[in-house]
Design a protein around this ligand. Structure first.
Ligand code: MN
Length: 262
């Protein structure tokens, strides 16, 4: 099995090392990751600049490349060029910080997995739901356990080729502290005090995006945000088809299609 491992925290990130280490127990790993951090770059791709890459030493894997590009670039280039189209699984992470609810829309980690799904390869995004720890031991074990379960049951049957799993791991001290896995749906992430307004030494105003997460309701246990708070590993199946199927018929019934008749 050929596994492409990537991330958005960059080739030097400890979460990437741990993920590559664990995935190499499942199959033949190729690491293709951004040369510098690309967090919150979303699904951006590079079309106006060359995409340069460098082969780098990386313990325990088949090959590793540091790429001057985005996470989506890494997956596209990795699958289509470096692996010659032959890839069985894309795994992205382990991100430093959560990717929950609407934040997945900004996430480079999740976008890398979306790119894998766009290319019809089963894909998983993994995030450690804390910015303050650099210990990926528990999250790495979760990645292996999940990967083994999916591969063991024939990963193509469990994971549809155009679907990705978004996995968030609560920041617990030991594997035993996890309450289990919970299949979830995306919640909403809202922030307070979103912009910090400042001025530079020349008196020019600038803004710094920050903010604190607004506490959310806990009445829906199948939301990803609630699962992680309850110390469950949250597993959300995602799809890149953003069509709102609920509203399609209402638009048709509302006469949109007859606004222009020929
Ligand atoms: Mn990141």
């Amino acid at each position: 099995m050929r596994i492409l491992v990537t991330n958005d925290d960059g080739i030097m990130a400890p979460g990437l090392r741990e993920l590559a280490r664990q995935m190499s127990r499942l199959g033949e790993v190729t690491v293709v990751a951004p040369s510098v951090e690309k967090s919150a770059i979303g699904h951006g791709i590079t079309i106006w600049d060359p995409i340069r890459l460098k082969k780098v030493a990386f313990p325990g894997v088949r090959e590793a490349f540091s790429v001057d590009g985005t996470p989506a670039d890494c997956v596209k280039l990795g699958i289509q060029e470096l692996l010659g189209g032959s890839c069985d699984l894309v795994v992205s992470g382990i991100n430093n910080g959560p990717n929950l609810g609407t934040d997945v829309l900004y996430s480079g980690t999740v976008s890398a997995a979306i790119e894998g799904a766009v290319l019809r390869i089963p894909s998983i995004a993994l995030s450690l739901a804390s910015h303050v720890t650099d210990d990926y031991t528990v999250a790495g074990k979760v990645a292996l356990v999940l990967g083994r379960a999916l591969v063991g049951k024939n990963n193509k049957e469990v994971l549809f080729p155009d679907t990705l799993l978004n996995v968030n791991i609560p920041p617990v001290g030991s594997y035993e502290e996890l309450h289990g896995f919970r299949v979830t749906r995306l919640g909403v992430r809202e922030y307070n005090n979103v912009f910090d307004k400042r001025s530079d030494p020349r008196g020019n105003v600038y803004y710094w995006l920050c903010g604190e997460v607004v506490p959310h309701g806990r009445e829906e246990p199948d939301l990803d945000v609630v699962a992680v708070e309850d110390n469950y590993v949250s597993v959300t199946p995602l799809h890149f088809d953003l069509t709102d199927y609920r509203i399609m018929q209402r638009l048709k019934d509302g006469g949109i299609e007859s606004l222009i008749t020929k």
